[in-house]
Structure formats: structure tokens, C-alpha cells
Design a protein around this ligand. Structure first.
Ligand SMILES: [Cu+2]
Length: 386
């Protein structure tokens, strides 16, 4: 966040201007393809250090300055003999929206696209980390704990993690992508740094506004569904799978009581003749709605649009979907806002000086938000047990 205080009206106006600017200049893949920065590729076999069972192939770009760490392709292999299955064309944080309870509004990517990725050190990378891209990207292998347990048998999970840090004035944003041996992947945004000047005790949110261009197998033939679990009082429990927004681009709300998720299916089937798919699962502590002039994009938690490289800015979603294009059997993009609420606490560090005046000396520990993409009927059966 910029240290200067912006009035709510001014920052909203700025966001609007930059939103149009961002889209007019096609901040996104087209530009990416002509960009001097080129994708790096990593292939990882799982289990790491053991006999291969599954694998991920991941491409990424560390945009500096700009959108930060962007996944530019990801393919998964369910067995050593299997073909690569394309899962992702592009995942990026389109925006980090930071609304304060007192009305201050900050847009940390779209409005400040000149922020740079930090150069990390061995201390950042930790025991299992490796520095890539001149230290702008950290690669880590993590044990994710027990994945399966049955009496004397156990299987632990592993993930390959790529992360970068965007230095956004008083805040540092960790952009993290983890690819797991079971075919799932997560995108997480970690907000850390120092509390904002003159707002040291003001509650505020750091929302990750993700653009998730999923390309499952043949990218032109993907369909999004809204999946819910209903348990009406006195009624039957039902799992409902419906075309997302009746097959037209638009938004949907995450409903805690319904375990809402978005499922994307391809035309391909597994050997049990089920459509292979991936589900977007919300990892969230709550649901924010904001009511400023340009904040209609917060009225839904999930959005789906057709893929268009000149449509990359999250804030413009309500305008994009006015086109009412079909998202059935098409090349589609999922959009998800992962919310985080930060109500400063004494653990953030001393933020009241001896004269009783608010003062930034504070250490804001990381608050995480994000999502998971989880395979559904990609495997015929899991190979991941002893
Ligand atoms: Cu914060």
C-alpha cells in the first residue's frame, strides 16, 4: 500500500481510470506472449525422491514490475505411462483489493502496477528452498502431512511450491502456488508487513482477486457447473449440479450452508466413463460485500466468463458479463475473490507511541487467503497409497 492517505473517492476514481487503462492495454497473455520475460518450466515427479507415480509440469513468469508471479501453464500426469493432461493456461492475481473500515480504498496491483518483486535470500527460502529467477522466485518442497492413514499403513502428501513477494510499500504480498502429488493445486495470497500509516488500528481487508484460466484437456470444450449440497428441514439431502448461471457468463455466491463450489468438466472421460473435471474450492473465513461505486465486483464470490485476453481486470467483471456470452462447452475463465480480514491486534506490534499516539512500529504477521483446485474423476482410482 502507498503510505500516502488516499480519500475513498479519490482512490475509487483512480481505480476506475486504471481499470480502463489496464484493459485498454491488454495487460495479460497477449502481451505476455510478446513480453521479453519468458516462461520457465519445471517438471516434478511425485513422490519426490521416490519411484514416480504422478507428475506436474509447471510454467511460470515472474512479472517485474507488474502482476507478479503468474502461472502460465500446468499439466498433470496421473501415472508414468499417462499423457500430460492440461489443467491450467494461466493463473494470476488480477488485483489485491484493500478496503478499510473507515472508507479508505486501496488497489494494490491494478492501481500500483509498478510495484516490484523482492529479491529473496537463503533466509527467505528456508531449509528446503531454492532461489530461482535471480532470487525473485522461491521454490520449496513441502511435506503436507498425512494424506491417508489406515492402521499400520500411512501415506504422506507432498507439494512443490513456487512463491514470490510483491513489495507494496508498507505491505509485502506473498503470491504462492502449490502443486501436489494428488493432482490438486492451491493459490494463496499472504499479506504481511507493517500496518498502514494513520490506520494502525483500523480494521481492513486484503482480498485476493484471482483470474483462473483453467484449460482442462481441450480448452475450447470446458463447461462450468455450480455444485451445492442442500439439506432442507424435513426434506431430503441432495447434491445439486447445475450449469453455472444457466450457461451464461455471470456470478454466483458462496453459501456456507451449501458447500458451494465450481466444477469444470472437459469432454474427456476416465476409464469409468465419468467426465474428468476440476473443482474450485473456496478457502475462506467469511464473506465480504462492499458498496462503493466501483465495488460491484464484490457482490459475487465466483464469476465465470469466456476467455478473452483483453479482459483481465477483476474490477471490470460486472461490465464484462453484461455481454451475456455463453460459457457452455467453451474456453472459460474462473474468477474468485479470496477474502481476508485483518483487525489489528497487539500482536501486530507496538502501534501506540508513549504519548498515546498511533504510530507504525508494527509487525503484521502473514494473513493467508486463497483457493484450491481439486481433481474430480481425473484418476480412475488413486495410485497414492502404499
Ligand atoms: Cu492488514
Amino acid at each position: 500500500m502507498k503510505p500516502q492517505r488516499l480519500s475513498a473517492a479519490l482512490s475509487v476514481a483512480l481505480a476506475i481510470i486504471l481499470a480502463y487503462h489496464a484493459d485498454a492495454h491488454g495487460r495479460g497473455g497477449k502481451q505476455e506472449k510478446n513480453n521479453s520475460a519468458k516462461s520457465e518450466e519445471i517438471v516434478i515427479d511425485f513422490p519426490v525422491g521416490g519411484k514416480m507415480q504422478t507428475a506436474w509440469k509447471v510454467q511460470y513468469i515472474a512479472h517485474n514490475p507488474g502482476a507478479g508471479l503468474v502461472i502460465t501453464g500446468a499439466w498433470f500426469k496421473t501415472s508414468p505411462a499417462a499423457q500430460w493432461l492440461k489443467v491450467v493456461e494461466n493463473i494470476r492475481l488480477s488485483e489485491i483489493f484493500v478496503p478499510y473500515n473507515n472508507g479508505t480504498r486501496i488497489y494494490d496491483i491494478g492501481a500500483q502496477a509498478d510495484y516490484s518483486l523482492l529479491k529473496h535470500t537463503k533466509e527467505d527460502a528456508g531449509l528446503n528452498g531454492k532461489l530461482l529467477q535471480d532470487g525473485r522466485v522461491v521454490q520449496e518442497f513441502r511435506d503436507t502431512g498425512v494424506m491417508w492413514k489406515y492402521y499400520d499403513k500411512v501415506r504422506r502428501g507432498q507439494e512443490m511450491v513456487l512463491w514470490s513477494t510483491l513489495g507494496a510499500s508498507n505491505y509485502n504480498y506473498i503470491m504462492e502456488y502449490a502443486f501436489r502429488g494428488d493432482g490438486s493445486l492451491t493459490g494463496r495470497l499472504g499479506s504481511t508487513g507493517k500496518n498502514y500509516g494513520n490506520h494502525e488500528t483500523t480494521g481492513h481487508m486484503h482480498h485476493g482477486c484471482w483470474r483462473i484460466d483453467i484449460d482442462l484437456d481441450d480448452p475450447e470444450h470446458n463447461t462450468a457447473h455450480l455444485v451445492r449440497r442442500l439439506e432442507p428441514k424435513g426434506g431430503k439431502v441432495e447434491d445439486v449440479v447445475e450449469p453455472f448461471n444457466k450457461g451464461i457468463e455471470g456470478g454466483a455466491k458462496w453459501v456456507a450452508e451449501e458447500f458451494t463450489r465450481v466444477r469444470v468438466t472437459s469432454k474427456k472421460t476416465n476409464s469409468a466413463n465419468k467426465l474428468i473435471g476440476y473443482e474450485l474450492h473456496a478457502l475462506r473465513p467469511g464473506t465480504p460485500r462492499h458498496w462503493g461505486g466501483q465495488e460491484k465486483f464484490t457482490q459475487f464470490d465466483f464469476w465465470v466468463t469466456p476467455q478473452q485476453w483483453d479482459e483481465t481486470y477483476y474490477v471490470n467483471l460486472p461490465k464484462f458479463v453484461e455481454q451475456k456470452r455463453s460459457i457452455k462447452d467453451a474456453n472459460i475463465v474462473l474468477w474468485y475473490m479470496s477474502p481476508a480480514y485483518h483487525l489489528p491486534r497487539d500482536e501486530d506490534g507496538i502501534f501506540i507511541n508513549p504519548q498515546g499516539k498511533a504510530q507504525v512500529r508494527g509487525v503484521a504477521h502473514v494473513t493467508w487467503c486463497g483457493f484450491e483446485l481439486r481433481p474430480r474423476n481425473v484418476f480412475d482410482k488413486t495410485p497414492l497409497y502404499p
